[in-house]
Design a protein around this ligand. Sequence first.
Ligand code: PMP
Length: 350
Amino acid sequence: MKPWEANIRRVTPYVPGEQPKKSNMIKLNTNENPYGPSPAVKKAARDFDTELLRLYPDPSSELLVDALAMRYGLGRDQIFVGVGSDDVLAMSFLTFFNSGRPILFPDISYSFYSVWAELYRIPYERPALDGEFRIRKEDYYKENGGVVFPNPNAPTSLALGLADVEDIIAHNQESVVIVDEAYIDFGGESALGLLSKYENLLVVQTFSKSRSMAGLRIGFAMGNPALIKALNDVKYSFNSYTMNQTSLLLGTAAVEDEAYFQETVGKIKATRERAKERLRALGFVYPEPSANFIFVTRPGTDARTLFEALKEKDIYVRYFDAPRINQYLRVTVGTDGQMERLFEFLENYL
Ligand code: PMP
């Protein structure tokens, strides 16, 4: 080993889902939204004045923060925006999880949490979900340096009821509790209403799923002004200009088109209900889904083999080679047409 190599920071990175570039594929592997952004976003993109790119963007992201504040009935000092919720969550780990005590998150949940914890050298524990993949709230009663969990959970798609979410927050008022609501618009109840009651609660959401803008990279956190200020202080100590001019303008256009948002989220939920029936008829079982994906397993059918067979036909779903879930596939809900292609394949394959 060369002397300089000894001082390189070694990390095991998060592995994002594949982004294959095939024209006729059915892409149900990264929980993207098949409907695309609102027509208002398309118009804002067409009208975008590239002269604006000469200037630095507004570091406070006021336009977008104000649109979100209006949409969620909060003050602008209660909202923090970032480059996808990955950026917001990473910044939150850095800002809030500094006690030296282990932070807590479920053994089966968003696999990025342990990567950030390792990156920032935050100790962590992963209480096991129960046999039906439910979060056991009692596991979060012990002393900790912070709590984070997705609701609905990923990759299980199971939602935790608001009373249980509140119970976890109420038992942890000495640390920051982050509820990662990347998928909340598709089901489950948001913890947003609890913000006025708990100053240690941070709710994180994203434009990547329900607003169909994964490519633009916008996420946001909502919480007590003291938490938001702390996040901004860390952001300004890292990179003042996380949100580019295009994100600010197009993101704002998306938030303002509530009708399109409701319409497309409704379509995905309706397709999910139809997909559940078809999958059940084909012998699959799954935890009750509340997100834009279904976490399926089929007794007697090897998940990895099925995953490979689907891929062979350019149908992409997500497989996790991890304990307890290596016989499951996570299937994003696409359009009815895309789901039909999946079902046709499955009918033949099985
Ligand atoms: N949280 C969860 C639970 C997710 O599944 C994802 C998507 N990979 C994210 C956060 C991050 O999404 P984004 O950075 O696109 O907002």
